[in-house]
Every structure is written in structure tokens, then in C-alpha cells.
Design a protein around this ligand. Sequence first.
Ligand code: HEM
Ligand SMILES: N[C@@H](CC(=O)c1ccccc1NC=O)C(=O)O
Length: 282
Amino acid sequence: MTPPQRDLESGIHTDLDGRITYGGYLRLDRLLSAQSPLSQPPHHDEMLFIIQHQTSELWLKLMIHELDAALAFLRRDDLQNAQKVLARVKQIQRQLYEQWGVLETLTPAEYLQFRDVLGPSSGFQSLQYRIVEFMLGNKHAGMLQVFEHDPVAHARLHAVWQAPGLYDEYLRYLARRGHAVPASILARDVSQPWQSQPGLLPLLRRIYENTSTFWPEYHLSELLVDIEESFQLWRFRHMKTVERIIGFREGTGGSSGVAFLRKAIEQSFFPELIEVRTILGS
Ligand code: HEM
Ligand SMILES: N[C@@H](CC(=O)c1ccccc1NC=O)C(=O)O
């Protein structure tokens, strides 16, 4: 063991005037001055509430960046890189759902002391969250209304709504690899919510029953299943956190609250990737 003192090495840069620095590069002046509690006098726990949301938004930003890359790699048939970034997405999602443990330390009474400052604002209005949902295929035109007050946000979500999602690009990739994806699915209107497609089951079954022949397809499919599961874990932990903090109160966004959040837990982005498991071996 050494004493708890470490000498500065002579090579360590201390003359940083005008140079790229840690704080400068990371724009920490902006990042760390963006926490403005509204409660008066400031409630101790509002800082936790703000930072939990801001860190979530940062991870969502990275998730969108990586999902964009995954879609582009898939379009180019670059499966290795698509898999690499999707594996990263899965780890980002882990950060997002593990983070609920921090907010769960907020007691119901503490939250009620500053909840009124939130007015009608709600996570329901998170643009980046909605972009991720749309990229994963949960297209819902009605969500666009929430962003009508903000034309830039609206245009961004509108573009994602009109673009193929991860499942669309996955199925197009499979078709290019020679799998019998029905033409009607390949030509679908990608702005529509996904409808269950039993016509996909034969080809998925072939992939899942012959994993060594179709290993790249199988591995990619399982990454999609991982991403869906991680998303569900986030939704579930959000719902449980909300339940223990506000019980069955209505949400500030105007919804029924927990009942509304619970409905989302049943939703699947890639239902055929689960259904195929039911028919394997039969
Ligand atoms: C005290 C903590 C929280 C409570 C009580 C809470 C409560 C709620 C409620 C009741 C809703 C339904 C919409 C509404 O009527 O407001 C909602 C939606 C939402 N919240 Fe939270 N929330 C909390 C923390 C968070 C955090 C930390 C995030 C992270 C970004 C978040 C993101 C979202 C999102 C994205 C939705 C929309 C979900 C969907 O469309 O299914 N929430 N929240
Ligand atoms: N919907 C929450 C309020 C809330 O959590 C919230 C408010 C403003 C910004 C983000 C929020 N987070 C998730 O909905 C509530 O009903 O208490």
C-alpha cells in the first residue's frame, strides 16, 4: 500500500491558457449551468429530478446517433458494423434502465413538494424518446400533435415518421440475402404502425432452425430481440417508479398515469421475432 498522496509528474500540463482543455472541449460551462430548479425556495430533490432527465436525454441522443448509423450500415449490407453499433445501443439502454434506481430514492412526499412547478410538462413531450420509438417502429401519427408548438421538433419527428424504421431495414436486408420476405411487406407504407405479419414466420423459422447456416441473420435478429427487451425493461421500471412515487394520480401530461404507462408494456416492436419461438420444432 502507498500513502494517499501522489506527486504530480513533471510532464503534466499545467499551462493551459488558450489550449483545448477538459472543460472547454466538453462545453461544461453550458452543460453544468443548465440545471435550473423552479421551486422557491429550491427543493433539495429537484436537482435529482432534473439531472435524471438530462442524463436520460443525453443517452437518448447517443442512442439515436447509433440507431441512425445502424440503419445506414444495414442499407449498405455492412452487417458487421450494424451489429457493432446495435450492441452499443443495447449497452446504452442498460444505462437508461439501470438509472431508475437513483430516482427511486425520491420519496412521494418530497416529489409532491415540487411537482406543481412542472405545470403541464411531462416526459410524454420528450422529442428524443419519441424519435427512438418511431425508429424502432412504434409509429403513431397522433404523437406529432404534441410537437406542433415547436416547428423544428415537429419537422424532425415528421421526417423520422416518414422514414423506414429498424424493422423495415432489417427485413429489406433479409430480402437482399435471399429470404422470402413477402413483397407486400417490403412495399408497405413505412409511416403506418406495424401490423402483425404471419407471412414472415416461415422465413424466420428457417433462420431460427438453421442458426449455423444463417448465423449473421440469426445474430442480427437476436440483437433486435435484445433491444426490444431492454426497451420493455425501461418502460417497466418507469411505470414502477411512477407507481411508487405518485400512486394512481393522473399525470402532469394529462394522461391517466400508471394505467396509461402500463398499456405500453404490452406493445412489441418486432412481434414476429417472438411469435417464431412458439412454432419452432412443430
Ligand atoms: C418522478 C418521476 C416521474 C414520474 C412521476 C413520471 C410520470 C409519468 C407519467 C404519469 C407519464 C404519462 C404521461 C403524463 O400524463 O404525464 C409519463 C410519461 C413519460 N415519462 Fe415519466 N415520470 C417520471 C420520470 C421520468 C423520467 C426520469 C423520464 C426520463 C426521460 C421520463 C420519461 C417519460 C416518457 C418518455 C414518457 C412517455 C411514455 C410513453 O409515451 O409511453 N419520466 N411519466
Ligand atoms: N409526468 C410526471 C411529471 C414528470 O415526471 C415530468 C415533468 C416534466 C418533465 C419530465 C417529466 N418526466 C416524466 O414524465 C407527473 O405526472 O408527475
